[in-house]
Design a protein around this ligand. Sequence first.
Ligand SMILES: Cc1cc2nc3c(=O)[nH]c(=O)nc-3n(C[C@H](O)[C@H](O)[C@H](O)COP(=O)(O)OP(=O)(O)OC[C@H]3O[C@@H](n4cnc5c(N)ncnc54)[C@H](O)[C@@H]3O)c2cc1C
Length: 427
Amino acid sequence: MEGSSTNGQVSTVQFGGENKVLVIGAGSTGLALAQGLKKARIPYVVYERDENATRKRNWSMGLHWAVPALQYLIPDELLARIQGTQTDPNVPTKDADQLPFINGQTGELIGEIKSDKFYRLRRDKIRALLLEGLDVRWGKAISDLIYSTDGRKITARFADGTEDTGSLLIASDGLHSTVRTLLVGSEKAKVTPIDFATAMCFTKHSRDRALFLRAKPHHPLYQVAPHPNGYFGWLSLHDGDDPDHPENWTFYHYISFREPRNVTNDRSNAEHVAHQKELARQFTDPFKSVFEWMPDDHPVWYGKLRQWDPSEPEHKWDDHDGRVTLAGDAAHPMTFQRGQGFNHAIMDSFLLCKGIESFWNSGDFSSEQRAAAITDYENEMIPRGGEEVRLSEANSIAMHDWEKVMQSPSMKKGMHVSHQAARIMDY
Ligand SMILES: Cc1cc2nc3c(=O)[nH]c(=O)nc-3n(C[C@H](O)[C@H](O)[C@H](O)COP(=O)(O)OP(=O)(O)OC[C@H]3O[C@@H](n4cnc5c(N)ncnc54)[C@H](O)[C@@H]3O)c2cc1C
């Protein structure tokens, strides 16, 4: 393979022919795209850094406006099983839903966000579903990109010294995307922290306590509670697979708090737990109790809220005539309190799949066709992703400021996104 590399040695092509799409990262974005490519009979290979499908971290994600995009990408038999990937597969998903927001101090209902079909998916379960039938190469961390001098091919080099060549490469390698670093440089590729942080807690409880956490008037699946003192509480069912044994259920909860972006948090695990409990004492039930019942040495994970806006001028990347682009969290990592990252990720996969199909299935492999398809994708994705990064940040700020909660994007816009993104099936 001739070409130029940003560093290192060039070695041999490892897998398959060269007319294929290289998908980097086996998260929701990469796998949904690969499912779509497979359905369209377009050759692809997914490369994933992890050695296997076991994830270090798990959480749940609301899938709402991007349902039609996922429907386009995945086979009907997988879509038919999406109910089973929910945090509680036993509660049928309604055609329309309302997400209650309560005052974390008093429990008073302060607003309800209306939503169309709202799936609360568990990250490990939806990933397992999306993995079905796909060609994934595990233990392959991308480390470099090489562009052929004839403008036709791109080679991905991996940390283990192997490499593979394809017609284009879609980077869906997540929050700290290596490809983003290769494209814009390490300084510009860095995610920016914002002034909030939290510690994620996953706990099990006795039967009576577990039933209490889901009992009326609480919502049985999720409870969202901004607090007048400037905190934001979240409590949801994480694993309700076993309906007859509440003692087997897992709950997912956190309280996020203001923490200036330049502060390094060096609390120990026990100190994070103690801090969450201290904040929870200012909350009403069920928040107060779920934290109180957590053992003092329970493992939790700390996280600063972070983002990267693809629409900032200095973040512009060269897609090398459509040979490389970013998707999902690699393109627009955003804070999670507006619940939009996964939906935009699936939208990216949908648009990329349609764009790749447009030239692949026409049999026109010229660089111009590929470049036009990827430019169209980027022209839609970059402003959409950028807008959502900014809205999500504004939402996180407002959710921690009692005076602004009712003016937050979640309260004012609900789960809806811009007019353009909502017209998925028009594409
Ligand atoms: C707590 C929390 C709650 C959330 N809630 C919601 C919600 O309610 N609704 C919503 O829409 N979104 C939500 N999100 C956002 C959503 O989870 C993400 O936007 C989505 O999972 C992004 O998927 P992805 O495939 O782009 O990235 P990831 O799932 O991170 O996948 C990236 C993959 O790339 C791999 N990788 C990394 N580096 C390399 C490398 N060098 N080479 C090869 N592979 C590599 C990783 O191992 C990983 O498997 C939430 C996020 C969090 C953290």
